[in-house]
Design a protein around this ligand. Structure first.
Ligand SMILES: *[C@@H]1O[C@H](CO)[C@@H](O)[C@H](O)[C@H]1NC(C)=O
Ligand SMILES: *[C@@H]1O[C@H](CO)[C@@H](O)[C@H](O)[C@H]1NC(C)=O
Ligand SMILES: *[C@@H]1O[C@H](CO)[C@@H](O)[C@H](O)[C@H]1NC(C)=O
Ligand SMILES: *[C@@H]1O[C@H](CO)[C@@H](O)[C@H](O)[C@H]1NC(C)=O
Ligand SMILES: *[C@@H]1O[C@H](CO)[C@@H](O)[C@H](O)[C@H]1NC(C)=O
Length: 218
């Protein structure tokens, strides 16, 4: 199987405890009060340029997913006018509740104008949240800066979506960095990888991910 090196452990549902650091430091555990959802390969839908084999745009070694794409690659579907992508869509969709994506990301210097994680689906438009890297900065879409100086280092991303509350919160390295209203409920799912922005993109775009987990508030 193409991604067996990234096979996820067979968790029974595990409660996330953070009693140690709860009241001592300014860092928080964004997963406190959430329950981890068991994921396996059947939860991963790989999306890549339609004319290119997956192993020319994705590899998984020693637990690290590596995604890359070129600005002149084809879109995901023949006839689509979207920018090129190599992404994993996490199945199944959610429609209610409070959900959280967590992962460690690495973006090599040079990758720019690339969405690295998003929440797809919404009542208005197709996207609830979209986090991009531009010149080492993480931005919400292309303008609002979430964090800086992220090239060539591993950083932790936690993205929380409260569907009923209509809110999205972004944590980087266990610090709350950004909060915004969502775009209304819908058929929702998390995606991670690389997806070209409409403008100002580097020719080569790459992201690496490990320890990707999904949680739901209990
Ligand atoms: C993978 O997860 C799905 C649903 O989350 C479950 O139905 C299936 O049995 C799991 N497969 C394995 C091999 O554990
Ligand atoms: C494989 O991953 C483990 C855990 O992240 C790490 O400690 C180890 O150095 C890695 N090995 C190689 C060859 O990259
Ligand atoms: C990224 O690469 C450019 C060009 O080589 C260099 O000027 C810049 O300092 C690098 N940035 C980081 C954070 O390493
Ligand atoms: C949503 O996605 C569909 C299918 O890709 C597309 O036809 C439609 O234009 C999109 N809607 C918006 C508001 O972007
Ligand atoms: C692209 O970059 C130019 C110059 O830096 C800037 O003026 C423009 O707003 C950017 N466009 C987008 C969509 O980010």
């Amino acid at each position: 199987m193409k991604a067996s090196c990234c096979r996820l452990p067979f968790f029974l549902v595990i409660l996330s405890f953070s009693l140690n650091d709860a009241h001592m430091v300014s860092d928080v555990d964004p997963t406190y009060g959430f329950v981890e959802i068991m994921l396996n390969e059947s939860n991963f839908d790989y999306q890549k340029p339609y004319d290119t084999p997956l192993d020319q745009r994705y590899e998984c070694k020693n637990g690290t997913h590596r995604f890359w794409v070129y600005a002149d690659d084809k879109p995901h579907h023949l006839g689509s006018n979207t920018q090129p992508r190599t992404e994993i869509r996490i199945l199944p969709d959610y429609t209610s509740g409070v959900w959280q994506f967590e992962g460690l990301a690495f973006i090599p210097n040079g990758t720019s104008g690339a969405t690295i994680v998003q929440i797809h689906g919404a009542a208005h438009g197709n996207i609830t949240a979209l986090l991009r890297i531009y010149k080492g900065e993480m931005r919400f879409y292309s303008t609002q800066v979430i964090d800086t100086d992220l090239y060539d280092r591993w950083f932790k991303v936690n993205l929380i979506h409260d569907v009923h509350g209509g809110k999205v919160v972004v944590f980087i390295n266990n610090k709350e960095k950004f909060k915004i209203h969502d775009q209304g409920p819908g058929l929702l799912h998390f995606k991670f990888g690389v997806y070209g922005a409409p403008a100002n993109i580097s020719y080569y775009m790459e992201s690496r991910w490990k320890d990707v987990k999904i949680y739901k508030k209990s």
